[in-house]
Ligand binder design. Sequence first.
Ligand SMILES: Cc1cc2nc3c(=O)[nH]c(=O)nc-3n(C[C@H](O)[C@H](O)[C@H](O)COP(=O)(O)OP(=O)(O)OC[C@H]3O[C@@H](n4cnc5c(N)ncnc54)[C@H](O)[C@@H]3O)c2cc1C
Length: 449
Amino acid sequence: MTSTLIGRQAVVIGAGMAGLTAAGALADRFEQVVILERDTLPSEPAYRAGTPQARHVHALLFSGQRALGELFPGFEQDLARTGAVPLRAGLDVRAELPGYDPFPQRDLGWVSYALSRPTIERAVRRRVESRANVTLRQRCRVQDVLATPNGEAVTGVRYESGNGASETIAADLVVDASGRGALTLALLQSIGRPLPEETAIGIDLGYASCVFAIPDDTATDWKGVMTFGQAPQNSRGGLLLPLEGNRWMVTIGGRHGDVPPGDAEGFLTYAGALRTPTIYNAIRHAKRLNGVARYGFPESVWHHFERLDVFPRGLLPIGDAICRFNPVYGQGMSVAAQEACLLQRLLERLEKDSDPIAALAPAFFAEMPTLLETPWSVAMRDFAIPETRGQRPADFDITLKFGIALTRLAAEDPAIHKLTSEVQNLLRPRSVYRDPALVQRVLAKMAEA
Ligand SMILES: Cc1cc2nc3c(=O)[nH]c(=O)nc-3n(C[C@H](O)[C@H](O)[C@H](O)COP(=O)(O)OP(=O)(O)OC[C@H]3O[C@@H](n4cnc5c(N)ncnc54)[C@H](O)[C@@H]3O)c2cc1C
């Protein structure tokens, strides 16, 4: 079936996960899709300046894997071909939570892949570049989004190309996947429109990561480890996941000043002071393959574009430009891919609309509260740490107690374990916890406590 085109040219700013997946969604509906990326993109998986977070563990949730498969049929096989390590959900990653060292390991019935962020990104880029009407222009730094003099519609972007020349490109639709959304916010400011309200959760997270060769004599019943500290006293945590090429990536971190140092010895010392010794014991004699990379993440932020009354026609922020989450929960790439699937569905739904491009952003923003509710509620767990800044929900203490009792139930009952993992993987909405029978069981657990 051929799709109806709704525009001549769409321009996507940024070739990160949000930009690439959005381009995949747009390719059926525009004659041309042009992606402008400020970086030089390596042909092999490698780190690059524009995505410094790629030096840290990037877990792809099962919802993200599924969304990528919806956008690029057969994508799971692409992942397998990269050498990504299959992980049986609930079984292959040892989860160490206070009170459960480890949490019961059970096969929950799905397999997800562990691999490095550069390799995931390159796999997606290959799919996007295989589309004949998609062009990726590297070393093109977008400087401004251009609009009509009255600011009602976006007309294209101005960018600096690799040779330093300032150029413009016309677009029926501009998708801002530049990560921070700064270009969208600057446009709104320049045309005198209100900026979206934002909700922030201040966490002052400090990350440090290193890659190790998996030692030959490793004999473990796990392929990965997650270790969490005992909140509120201990905010330190660690994550060890396998990567393609028989490697482990280890990310350790803490908050509000209790952050890991940037040297190899300090990294090991910090790992040795995690609540459990599993990660330290795994890496202390392992060969380190790179230097320590650090990252500071001050806050999760949600820009509420859905609350704006008016928005320029032909502009759409996506991915981190709308909402950035505490990376500990591994949600950003999956949410970006889900947003691209939403974009694809909306383009199909709106193709018969008299002005699909004008209708697109309002329809997209209207879906954001539903799409973001569950991942944002996961990010709100950070209020368990007293130094966390932001609007603590009035019922947070009861939510916390509910969560603790639900975890106890999940440890005992494989069906509840599966349900909570499905919510954590964004396969189901958090509203499933409102099921009356489940609520009764959780309340009974709370009463026992
Ligand atoms: C430390 C850390 C760890 C993380 N771990 C995980 C994880 O485990 N799992 C997970 O799912 N997510 C994780 N994330 C989040 C994830 O990286 C992002 O949410 C996801 O990649 C979507 O980002 P994006 O594409 O919107 O933006 P970005 O990844 O920031 O990409 C933006 C792109 O736009 C380009 N760009 C920016 N400005 C311009 C411009 N003016 N002109 C042209 N190009 C421009 C950049 O070079 C870049 O390529 C982590 C984030 C951090 C910070």
